[in-house]
Every structure is written in C-alpha cells, then in structure tokens.
Design a protein around this ligand. Structure first.
Ligand SMILES: NC(=O)c1ccc[n+]([C@@H]2O[C@H](COP(=O)([O-])OP(=O)(O)OC[C@H]3O[C@@H](n4cnc5c(N)ncnc54)[C@H](O)[C@@H]3O)[C@@H](O)[C@H]2O)c1
Length: 248
C-alpha cells in the first residue's frame, strides 16, 4: 500500500482523470476528499470509495472561489485532521480561435485552471508546512508545452502557467519537506477530449509513437507515484504522460 492512510484532496475528482486518481489513491490505501463543482458526481465517487472500505467525503467546491476553497480546506482538516496530498486536477477547456475568444472565456479558463491551482495550494500549504510533510500534484498539459493543437490558446497558456507555478511552489515549499510536481498528459480519453474529437481519434493516433490514446489510469498511476514516498526526492518536476507525442 503506497498511500496507506494518506489523506488526499482531489479537485475535479468527480469525473475523468480526477475520478481515476481518486480510485487509484484509495486502492493504495489513501483516504480521499473528492472536490468538484458537480456535487452529484463527487458524491458518487465518494460513495464508491467508501464501499471499498476507505474513508471518503465529497464536497461541492468551485476551485476558482477563495471562500469555497477555504471553507472546504477547513472542513477536510476538521474531518481528517490533516492533508497529506493535494491533487490540483480540476480544469476546463474550450476549442476556440484566439480571435473568437471572448474576454469572459479567457477569464473563466484562467480562473479555474490557473487561479484554482494557486488558491487550493495556498489553502493547504500552511498545514503541510506546519507538519513538514506533504505532496502537491498539479495537472499541466502537453498543450502548455507546445501550444494547443485543438484547444484554445487561453487553455494552453493556463497550463504553461500551471507548470511554471509548480516550480515556484516547489522552491518555496522545499525547505518544509513538501514536494510539488506536475503531470503533463497528452491525449487522454475523457469527456473533455470526447467533446473535442467527437470520437474521431485518427488524427491524434498518427502523432503518438506508442500508437494509442492514453487512458485515465495511465495518468492516475503517475499521480500515485508522486503522492507516495517513492517520489520523496523529486520536486519541481513535470512528468509527461503522452505516449511519446512530445519528448523533451
Ligand atoms: N483529457 C485530456 O486529454 C487532458 C490532457 C491534458 C490535461 N488534462 C487536464 O486534466 C484535468 C482533468 O481533465 P479531464 O479530461 O479529466 O476533464 P473532465 O472534463 O472529464 O473532468 C473535469 C472535472 O473537473 C470538474 N470541474 C470543472 N470545473 C471545476 C471547478 N471550477 N471546480 C471544481 N471542479 C471543477 C468537472 O466537474 C469534472 O468533474 C484538467 O485539468 C485537464 O485540463 C486533460
């Protein structure tokens, strides 16, 4: 059990990659607080984890709202007594040209994808610093490295910023033995990408040396590694999970 009794917060845990991370952490012995704007989805995941014998709680949280993030952090600390792992996974995506991007679209994508990572990290870091222990895992993207192939420029820019924020936060928290890393997934099959591709994966497959689209489990196993003690000497790192689509 690589995450035995660790208390883990997973944002956007109700669906897709976040849900797979919740399941994988629980399978390794972790207790999970599932945060999502979609209360029903979060509840369903928490219920599933409880059935498997773990402690799990769902909270309706919009990560772009400081009042909600602060209250949810307080609630998790009251329930579980500590937070060992924060997975900043919640994100939204739009497929739109720069010219067609409205100011409010730009602001919303930045608020969820970038400000959300900042707010959730800010909320949990005091308790991690105090205990001199913790792991923060941020969800970047291949789009933040090479520019979005189909996703909007605001999405790519937000993910580039998340990956840079990861390094700043890693430096700031290193003296407190808190490791901060990011994952940069390529094309992973979820509702987000199904919405973009409408089920036609052909154009992507030709770009991926490993010859298949990624699964949510491909990302979740890396999140478990970054949550576990196996990654104790890794911080400020961005791990590509992209089937070789981009190598740097
Ligand atoms: N799917 C991919 O190919 C891919 C590739 C690279 C990066 N990512 C990133 O991985 C993360 C998860 O993506 P996914 O494909 O699983 O998406 P998804 O749309 O399937 O799931 C996202 C989850 O986040 C929740 N969410 C959205 N806005 C929120 C908010 N403001 N506060 C809290 N929760 C919120 C949604 O309700 C949903 O449950 C995102 O950050 C995404 O940008 C995905």
């Amino acid at each position: 059990m690589r995450c035995q009794d660790m208390v883990c917060v997973v944002t956007g845990g109700g669906e897709g990659i976040g849900r797979a991370i919740c399941r994988a952490l629980a399978l390794e012995g972790g207790h999970v607080a599932v945060w999502d704007v979609d209360r029903v989805a979060a509840e369903a995941v928490a219920e599933e984890l409880r059935k498997s014998g773990r402690r799990a709680e769902a909270l309706e949280v919009d990560v772009s709202r400081w009042d909600e993030v602060k209250a949810a952090t307080r609630q998790v600390l009251a329930w579980f007594g500590r937070i060992d792992v924060l997975v900043n996974n919640a994100g939204i995506c739009q497929v739109v040209s720069i010219e067609q991007t409205e100011e409010e679209d730009w602001d919303r994508v930045m608020a969820v994808n970038l400000k959300g990572v900042f707010l959730c990290s800010k909320a949990v870091m005091p308790s991690m610093k105090e205990r001199r222990s913790g792991k923060i895992i941020n969800m970047g993207s291949i789009a933040g490295k090479i520019g979005g192939i189909l996703t909007g420029a605001h999405y790519s820019a937000s993910k580039a910023a998340v990956m840079c924020f990861t390094k700043s936060l890693a430096r700031e928290l290193a003296p407190y033995n808190v490791q901060v890393n990011a994952i940069a997934p390529g094309v992973i099959e979820t509702n987000m990408t199904r919405m973009i591709t409408k089920g036609d994966w052909g154009p992507y497959l030709s770009m991926i040396p490993l010859g298949r689209i990624g699964s949510v489990e491909d990302v979740a196993t890396v999140a478990v590694f970054l949550a576990s003690r196996e990654s104790d000497y890794i911080t400020g790192e961005i791990i590509d999970v992209n089937g070789g689509q981009w190598m740097d």
